[in-house]
Write a protein that binds this ligand. Structure first.
Ligand SMILES: C[S@@+](CC[C@H](N)C(=O)[O-])C[C@H]1O[C@@H](n2cnc3c(N)ncnc32)[C@H](O)[C@@H]1O
Length: 351
């Protein structure tokens, strides 16, 4: 059988394309770390000499970095000498306060030793918890999720939940399960300071960051405990699980505990990755390869970190799975909300 040259070329380009992505990622990391995108934002066309003069960095290094950015089509250049960061590029690479800001994700470089743990997981079946995924993984999660959370959670998502703003304004109990570093609690606490907030997470590092964040704040407590350990108080007015059920080894147990903790007229806000039970449905996602790779490296890994883990993973909690699981856990009302968030769906679940 002869070799199909075109196909060979396609696989070659696809494979090296991923290597190119790795190297460009390192360049974006350096750009973030050295503050270069911020300097370029609004500066118009600049040369490496201009950039060296503004930053005090070495001209020859900047020239090569700028050319790498031009080649990656993140900066505009016609001659490889003068480069411009367009306004739209700045919204992705420089402006931390825009929902489209993505460069923060590149500040964290994955510890190469994490691959040892993942290779072992393929033998044992047991995945790595978030704490096992390398120093700074909790900061990486926040960098990835914060721009959209800041843009949507308080302005759009909470107001869409039936009657919840009135209750929060009156001052009620809010529990964030899988709270990570506590960003959602911080956003809600700023908007509704009369409420009391509790966070639960199994990541020691994330809980440390969250506790630091709320040091001296009376109405926030963060527990190092899983969703399955939330006590059966039947008094939580707003329960939240944001981007975390699919990471839990036993989301079914967490849902059971949440059912016992929520007030009879309480609301449970679930944020989960947009996904479909069918492969073909997921193909609409232009970042599907990144999503499945993130699942192996992070979400499914966490969801397989105990021997009885269900292992849902990044794309495993689609609307049908979620609805059936929450119904099984004893919830009777389920509504889906689709905001201007390309990655996530939001659900309003009630007893
Ligand atoms: C993708 S992060 C989301 C964090 C946060 N909710 C946010 O939106 O930024 C998933 C979190 O789920 C946590 N997690 C995993 N298993 C858990 C469990 N059984 N109970 C509570 N949290 C868990 C992880 O430690 C991690 O902090």
């Amino acid at each position: 059988m002869g070799i199909d040259g075109d196909l060979l070329k396609r696989y070659t380009m696809a494979t090296w394309g991923y290597k190119q992505g790795e190297m460009v990622s390192l360049m974006i990391h350096l750009g973030v770390r050295l503050g270069l995108y911020q300097v370029l934002d609004g500066a118009g066309p600049v040369t490496s000499g201009d950039l060296a003069a503004t930053t005090g960095l070495h001209e020859r290094w900047l020239r090569e970095w700028l050319r790498a950015q031009g080649a990656a089509e993140l900066l505009v250049t016609e001659d490889g000498e003068t480069f411009e960061l367009e306004r739209e590029a700045a919204m992705v690479l420089a402006r931390e306060d825009t929902p489209t800001y993505a460069a923060g994700v590149f500040s964290h470089l994955r510890d190469p030793r994490v691959a040892d743990g993942l290779a072992e997981a393929f033998q044992t079946g047991l995945g790595l918890t978030y704490d096992g995924q390398g120093e700074g993984s909790e900061q990486h999660v926040e960098a990835m999720l914060a721009p959209m959370a800041r843009a949507l959670l308080v302005p759009s998502v909470i107001p869409a939940l039936d009657g919840v703003v009135d209750r929060l304004s009156a001052g009620v109990k809010v529990v964030d399960v899988g709270c990570g570093t506590g960003l959602a609690i911080e956003l809600l606490a700023a908007a509704w300071p009369n409420c009391t907030f509790e966070g639960y997470d199994v990541s020691e590092r994330a809980v440390l960051v969250a506790r630091d964040r709320f040091d001296g704040v009376d109405n926030v407590a963060v527990h190092l405990a899983g969703g399955e350990d939330v006590p059966p108080t039947a008094d939580v007015d707003l329960m939240m699980t944001l981007d975390c059920l699919h990471d839990m080894p036993r989301p079914d147990l967490a849902m059971g505990a949440i059912r016992q903790a929520i007030a009879p007229d309480g609301t449970w806000l679930v944020k989960e990755i947009k996904s479909s039970p069918d492969w073909s449905g997921n193909l609409k996602n232009p970042m599907l390869a990144m999503m499945y790779s993130t699942s192996v490296a992070s979400c499914m890994s966490s969801a397989m970190s105990s021997a009885d883990g269900l292992g849902l993973g990044t794309l495993g909690m689609n609307p049908a799975v979620l609805e059936s699981m929450v119904t099984e856990a004893g919830f009777t009302r389920f509504a889906m909300h689709d905001f201007d968030d390309p990655t996530n769906l939001y659900y309003e679940v009630r007893p």
